[in-house]
Design a protein. Structure first.
Ligand SMILES: [Zn+2]
Length: 345
């Protein structure tokens, strides 16, 4: 006999409680929490600094306390999802490498989560969680999507066949470490290898190329805003809008680097959609430089791929921003709950 999924719903109850899902997005600076409705809408959210909580156990305890306080008597928590940065061993659900979360390495995260909550639980890489949230927002069903996050580093989350895909070593979609330059002239990457995309198109690489371009064009004075050690890609976009040709050239060159890497990704997994997110989209869809950047990325993807891939691949800006992690973590929990329901039937 098929068992009902909502076993705590009594038959005499006039209407069943609303099922909500808890998303926990852990970063080195903050832990973000969100209660999410079935359709992915956020109904409550909260952020707390990570360092005082330190351990996975205390983060999970804090998150469950938040969820219990925010859940009304007409709601039930249907699942809990935990999104974390770094390289996640998806078989053992253990973090193998991470920056700024030293107490989390080699801890059995899924077991710790499952031990503290009585609902289905799941652990997911944060880039994959964000990609899953964008995938859901676009209603892509079984189709595939990649979310490329451009910032100090370059991350990428992948959803294949309607599910987050992490690969056998937790490294699927590590686009920042695809080699785009070879030989002795290729610049060293933070990972120890050379010529990787992140070295050229990460924020540090972009600013370094910009300063080199000014240094080799002595007639072209570097704007004051770009002389600061705190200069950002947004400052480059602002100067480009004012007509600085060196800034425009560097934005175009960055788009070619990013576009060629997306072309490789496109040829490899042939996704329906690739989205660009993060701080380094040069103003995004709100600015002319952001649109110029996007168009150049699109053109490069078309130029470097088969027409069946580049001609059909949608490349656009991401839409969920900083909320993507909690939404994606909660949606992964929802999927885990559906899987548990299916397996019990
Ligand atoms: Zn690298």
């Amino acid at each position: 006999m098929t068992r009902p999924c909502h076993q705590n719903v009594v038959s005499t109850t006039p209407s069943p409680p609303q099922t909500v899902f808890l998303g926990i997005d852990v970063g080195g600076t903050n832990v973000k929490l969100g209660l999410i409705e079935d359709g992915g809408q956020i109904i409550a959210q909260h952020a707390v600094p990570t360092p005082p909580l330190k351990t996975p156990e205390r983060v999970i305890e804090y998150a469950l306390s938040f969820a219990n306080e925010e859940t009304t008597s007409h709601q039930r928590i249907g699942g809990v999802g935990l999104a974390i940065p770094g390289i996640l061993d998806s078989e053992e659900m253990v973090l193998r490498e991470v920056v700024n979360l030293p107490g989390w390495i080699d801890r059995p995260l899924l077991r710790l989560l499952s031990d503290q909550c009585d609902t289905p639980a799941m652990v997911v890489n944060d880039a994959n969680a964000a990609a899953f949230a964008e995938h859901s927002r676009r209603g892509l069903g079984d189709r595939s999507l990649a979310l490329v996050t451009l910032g100090t580093g370059i991350g990428c989350g992948v959803v294949i066949g309607g599910r987050p895909f992490s690969g056998d070593h937790g490294c699927a979609g590590e686009l920042g470490h695809i080699a785009i330059r070879f030989g002795d002239d290729a610049l060293p990457c933070t990972c120890g290898s050379r010529g990787h995309l992140e070295t050229y198109a990460g924020a540090g690489g972009v600013l370094a190329r910009l300063k080199l371009a000014y240094a080799t064009n002595p007639k072209h004075r570097i704007p004051a805003s770009l002389q600061s050690p705190l200069a950002s890609p947004k400052d480059i976009a602002d100067e480009a809008i004012k007509g600085d040709t060196i800034c425009l050239d560097v934005i175009d060159e960055t788009a070619i680097h990013v576009g060629s890497a997306i072309g490789m990704l496109g040829q490899t997994i042939d996704p329906a959609v690739v989205l660009l997110g993060g701080a380094m989209t040069f103003g995004g869809k709100q600015s002319s430089t952001g649109i110029r950047f996007l168009e150049k990325v699109r053109a490069t993807v078309r130029e470097t791929t088969l027409v069946q891939v580049g001609g059909n691949l949608i490349v656009d800006f991401a839409s969920l921003g900083n909320d993507a992690g909690i939404v994606g973590a909660a949606l992964v929990a929802k999927q885990a709950a559906a899987d548990a329901c299916f397996n019990n039937s």
